[in-house]
Write a protein that binds this ligand. Structure first.
Ligand code: GLN
Length: 454
């Protein structure tokens, strides 16, 4: 723990940790030492972790990297982090992220962007670690923690994992409790780990997952021993390759990586089958209706009265709401609230929101059809490119940024588990990831197949 505390201090220019809790970390580590000496060690005894700032941590600054939550210290702990501490893990601090988890480059954070520890060969240009869990991915890649918590609404675990050469899994919707996680789009949000390798991710997810009376969408199914799946043979498993993921303008090196992944799995004895997920092309536009719609509703609670920042009020309650929200939310969050409010408003609801929900059902059915036909897992690229330069937000349009999520959002729309596994480097020496998509609650197969690719 002391070594990690020192490493975090030395790596402050990466801007991965926004709150450091060294005293708490060392006290927790001392307790771990006592339990180990007493022979009562728990599964994650003494393992130092970083926590995405979206998770409520009791008495510790939690602001979803938004100015609107400035100064908020929750009087409660999220279920996922409670589970980790109960298993003996050690809290190192809070990790940077896009504001309210909205973004793909960590540039919407009120704390400024995180710097990817990876560089292009022969260049010192700072690269993005991706987002929204950019702090989690960068911290794991730079060895500032043994693992990190993260969340994924449309790709925020898998895209940053792919950009940093780490492993990230978004489990099935309902596998982890959402209680105590600041809500973005409640029907899509899931927690999961970012870790150094597939085995660590399996161990962490086992501790994070649980049914929870405080989240009615959490599911009462036993949590398997995911680690046991690692090293098992993939012989005879049917791996689906969806033709719709061969998107226009996809760089040659992403196609090559995908072919390499197919070859590895075939060599390991898996059966490769071509499949079709015909509604894939509608997933991204439908996501960017459903997610902002839910966000606009969830973010209504930041009114300057109950949490964090308070401004105005001299001219009454509306003045208080307006000034607090105007000062507290960043540009991307305001954009999402406007889109969400628009698509939910009378007169537009049927044309946008209802239509997007229907598309969502069709996307889910595409996957159900393929799994019913005997496919065990689906292999795709994790992202359409490697990490890009840090100035992306300044030069790219919002829609260009949204294109980052083209391979990941379908998984959230269908509630399925998806894992990103590092699979190689691009021509510039930056990491690239492949994605595996599984049947509902079959994370074990993702760990098993992921291990072959890693
Ligand atoms: N990049 C996507 C968005 O901005 C996904 C974010 C996420 O998964 N939290 O909405």
């Amino acid at each position: 723990t002391q070594a990690y505390v020192d490493a975090i201090e030395a790596a402050r220019p990466l801007n991965a940790f926004i709150v450091e809790t060294p005293d708490k970390a060392l006290a927790m580590a001392a307790e771990s030492d006592r339990r180990i000496a007493a022979g009562t060690a728990r599964p994650l005894e003494g393992v130092p972790l970083g926590i995405k700032d979206l998770f409520a941590t009791e008495g510790i600054h939690t602001q979803a990297c938004s100015n609107v939550l400035k100064g908020f210290e929750p009087p409660y702990e999220s279920t996922v982090t409670s589970n980790l501490w109960a298993d003996g893990a050690v809290m190192l601090g809070k990790l940077n992220m896009d504001e309210f988890a909205m973004g793909s480059s960590n540039e919407t954070s009120a704390y400024g962007p995180v710097v990817n520890p990876w560089r292009m060969a022969g260049s010192n240009a700072p690269m993005t670690p991706g987002g929204s869990s950019g702090g989690s991915a960068a911290a794991v890649a730079a060895r500032l923690c043994a693992g990190a918590t993260a969340t994924d609404t449309g790709g925020s675990i898998r895209q940053p994992a792919a950009f940093t050469g780490t492993v990230g899994i978004k489990p099935t919707y309902g596998r982890c409790s959402r209680w105590g996680i600041v809500a973005f789009a409640s029907s899509l949000d899931q927690a999961g780990p970012i870790a150094r390798d597939v085995r660590d991710a399996a161990i962490l997810l086992k501790s994070m997952a649980s049914v929870d009376a405080k989240d009615a969408t959490s599911v009462d199914l036993p949590v398997p021993d995911y680690e046991a799946a690692i090293g098992q043979s993939v012989k005879g498993l049917r791996i689906g390759i969806p033709k719709e993921y061969r998107v226009e303008g996809m760089p040659e090196e992403i196609e090559r990586l995908w072919q390499q992944g197919i070859a590895w799995l075939r060599d390991a004895g898996a059966e490769i089958v071509d499949i079709s997920l015909p509604h894939t092309k509608y997933a991204l536009p439908a996501y960017y209706i459903v997610a902002p719609a839910e966000a606009s509703s969830n973010l209504a609670r930041y009114d300057g009265v109950r949490f964090g920042l308070r401004q105005g009020g001299g001219d009454g309650i509306v003045d208080l709401y307006e000034k607090s929200r105007a000062a507290g939310f960043g540009r991307e969050v305001k954009r999402r609230i406007l889109i969400g409010t628009y698509v939910l408003s009378a007169g537009y609801y049927d044309a946008y929101y209802l239509q997007a929900q229907k598309v969502r059902t069709l996307i889910k059915r595409d996957f159900e059809t393929v799994f019913a036909a005997g496919v065990d897992t689906i292999l795709t690229p994790a992202t359409p490119s490697a990490a890009f330069g840090l100035e992306a937000m300044a030069t790219a349009s919002p829609v260009e940024m949204y294109l980052n999520d083209v391979f990941t959002v379908t998984v959230n729309m269908a509630g399925l588990p998806g894992i990103a596994v590092p699979a190689g480097l691009d021509q510039k020496g930056l990491p690239l990831g492949l994605q595996l998509i599984g049947r509902p609650f079959d994370e074990s197969t993702l760990f098993k197949v992921g291990k072959v690719i890693e």
